[in-house]
Design a protein around this ligand. Structure first.
Ligand SMILES: [Zn+2]
Length: 56
């Protein structure tokens, strides 16, 4: 869990955003994967593997 939170901070998410960065299926904190080719931030649930896309 600590490594996940650190990764989120590295993604420049503020606390207000972090509150909502959870999986809608299981409520786990999502990992962030930034695609350099797009403006979309991809968040991946480490628990169920669900992917969520978010425009920055
Ligand atoms: Zn999930």
């Amino acid at each position: 869990m600590k490594s996940v939170r650190k990764a989120l901070r590295d993604g420049e998410l503020d606390k207000d955003t972090y509150e909502r960065v959870t999986c809608a299926e299981c409520g786990k904190a999502l990992k962030t994967k930034n695609d350099p080719d797009t403006i979309t931030t991809i968040r991946i649930c480490p628990d169920c593997g669900e992917e969520w896309k978010e425009l920055r």
